[in-house]
Unconditional design. Structure first.
Length: 212
């Protein structure tokens, strides 16, 4: 059996490689950090952290095994997540049409619109929960920490570390993208950036709906 220290280090390293890969969570935080306020982006990060906590609790609690035995439940999560991302993407494209070619002259807190601006905490939470790839990923990642010979505290430490890494990464992203220099560049290309980010959400949503 791998000692707890090296085991946890390997789990944290694998998760860090996964979390820095752009996905729906990344684009929600990016949109808010660039076009809204740092506070709203931070609320979305908190929602993402809560969503990860829910998934990890399911894995550690054994509920994930039950979900795997009922494909219809996972299919419902996938379809719900796909529709939600399509909604966010469509709202993003609609709001991008209202931006003047040279960028909006409104203040930073008035530049975003859509569900993620109105309720950033809920948007971060739902985006995190609606990703059906999270469950099998956590199952495979935490499998070494859930064996019979591994102390229970190792699984708890692994989950706590993963949530901490997620909040730290997305929080750093939100802080960096909401700084003045980055915001000025964003304003110069606001319409195009909004369209690209909305398009990415649409692609993710379609992929979830079309995956069997």
């Amino acid at each position: 059996m791998t000692p707890p220290g090296p085991l946890l280090a390997s789990l944290y390293g694998l998760y860090l490689l996964a979390v820095i890969t752009p996905g729906p969570n990344t684009f929600i935080v990016t949109r808010l950090a660039l076009s809204s306020t740092r506070r709203r982006a931070a609320l979305a990060v908190l929602g993402i952290g809560l969503g990860n906590t829910v998934w990890l609790s399911l894995v550690l609690g054994g509920v994930a095994v039950l979900l795997q035995r009922f494909p219809d439940a996972l299919r419902a999560v996938r379809y719900g997540g796909g529709l939600y991302l399509l909604y966010l993407g469509a709202r993003g494209l609609y709001s991008a049409r209202k931006v003047p070619p040279g960028g909006s002259a409104a203040g930073a807190g008035e530049q975003a619109s859509g569900a993620e601006l109105e309720r950033p905490l809920r948007s971060g939470l739902l985006t995190s929960l609606s990703n059906p790839n999270t469950l099998p990923f956590y199952l495979s990642l935490l499998a070494p920490a859930l064996t019979a010979g591994t102390p229970a505290w190792v699984g708890v430490a692994a989950a706590a570390g993963i949530v901490t890494l997620a909040v730290s990464w997305y929080g750093t992203l939100a802080w960096g993208l909401s700084t003045g220099a980055v915001r000025r560049v964003y304003l110069q290309r606001e319409r195009v950036i909004r369209q690209v980010l909305a398009g990415v959400l649409l692609v993710y949503g379609l992929r979830l709906l079309l995956t069997h």
